[in-house]
Design a protein around this ligand. Structure first.
Ligand code: NAX
Length: 329
């Protein structure tokens, strides 16, 4: 039996947490032969609900679940953690400006970044799901690396739900199996400014753009549908995406740790300057992964339309970064 891997989930009593924890414990994220210890963080007022979730986890008698700890203290929940899923965040309240949302979340992710920087395993891999996830990941990274123990490249943000949404829209449009579609990318910020780009995508060797045929569909239907999918789900369900978000988080970590065998996936990762994106910004890029490391796919041609889209989503990220700069000084 392998040694258990310590997995921290924040916001564990929330709706994404409820769709996520059982799948992690059943081995869907790290493999059916990999035991896990869950270290669950939530606010003091959510501890009672979290206790109920833990009772249910116990009642599943998962063979791979080697232990569960719950805490309202980030310094406890992140101790020795190897995989950290930062799901909990401050939601936008009535009358709350975007700026206030950024600042409130910056406080949370500064505190959690400091806990990770001091107490996590030095190789910890971090996925930020809580919104605004790219900037929250940036804040956690910038804070954590000040302690000199953890790697800045191991802080990532979740663009995988956007990637999966785009895959599904393309499969429906072309009549091809979703599993046959390769080489899709979603550039930039997890927000309606994201740029889902199928110029390189293929299905069984055929170019997706040729199968789509109609050029206007990209601008008029595909990009708005993917960009506004979160809002459409809230409108239909009365609640934001939870099961699909949890599924995307599972996919993101699974592929990062276990490898993509040359296939592209989208991850929000620290820019190394690729495609003119300033170093340090957490931006959605196409990546391949092997041996627990990701590599940004290089050398893709960026046409004028794509350049504009990529610059637009970058501008939003730079504004978010400027909005929290004072808190990181
Ligand atoms: P819920 O409101 O159901 O749950 C959030 C949980 O986080 C609550 O239990 C709350 O007590 C906890 N929490 C709040 N502040 C915390 C803190 N400082 N430390 C620890 N726990 C804290 O929200 P849910 O639907 O689960 O969504 C969670 C986050 O995911 C939100 O920020 C949401 O915007 C974001 N999403 C991100 C997506 C992405 O693709 N990146 C898609 C889905 C989702 O919208």
């Amino acid at each position: 039996m392998k040694d258990p891997i310590r997995v921290t989930v924040t916001g564990a009593a929330g709706q994404i947490g409820y769709a996520l924890l059982f799948r992690i414990a059943s081995g869907e994220m790290l493999g059916k032969d990999q035991p896990v210890i869950l270290q669950l963080l939530d606010l003091p007022q959510a501890q009672k609900a979290l206790k109920g979730v833990i009772m249910e986890l116990e009642d599943c008698a998962f063979p791979l679940l080697a232990g569960i700890k719950a805490s309202d203290d980030a310094n406890v929940a992140f101790r020795d953690t190897q995989i950290a899923l930062l799901v909990g965040a401050r939601p936008r309240g009535p009358g709350m400006e975007r700026k206030d949302l950024l600042t409130e979340n910056a406080k949370i992710f500064t505190a959690q970044g400091a806990a990770i920087g001091q107490y996590a395993d030095p190789d910890v891999r971090v996925l930020v799901v809580g919104n605004p996830c790219n900037t929250n990941a940036y804040i956690a990274k910038e804070t954590a690396i000040k302690f000199g123990r953890v790697k800045s490249g191991n802080f990532t943000a979740m663009l995988r739900l956007d990637h999966n949404r785009a895959l599904s829209q393309l499969a429906t449009k072309t009549g091809r199996d979703v599993a046959s579609i390769r080489n899709l990318v979603v550039w930039g910020n997890h927000s309606p400014t994201m740029y889902a780009d199928y110029r390189f995508a293929t299905s069984n060797g055929d170019k997706i753009s040729a199968l789509v045929g109609d050029e206007a569909w990209n601008r008029e239907t595909f990009l708005p549908t993917v960009g506004k999918r979160g809002a459409a789900i809230i409108e239909a369900r009365g609640l934001s995406s939870a099961a699909s978000a949890a599924n995307a988080a599972i996919d993101h970590i699974h592929d990062w740790v276990l490898g993509t065998e040359g296939e592209w996936v989208t991850m929000g990762v620290e820019s190394d300057g690729s495609y003119g994106i300033p170093k340090g910004i957490i931006y959605g890029f196409p990546v391949t992964t092997e041996n627990g490391h990701y590599h940004i796919v290089q050398g893709l041609e960026i046409d004028t339309f794509s350049q504009e889209k990529m610059a637009n989503t970058l501008k939003e990220l730079e504004e978010e970064k400027a909005g929290v700069a004072a808190l990181l000084a």
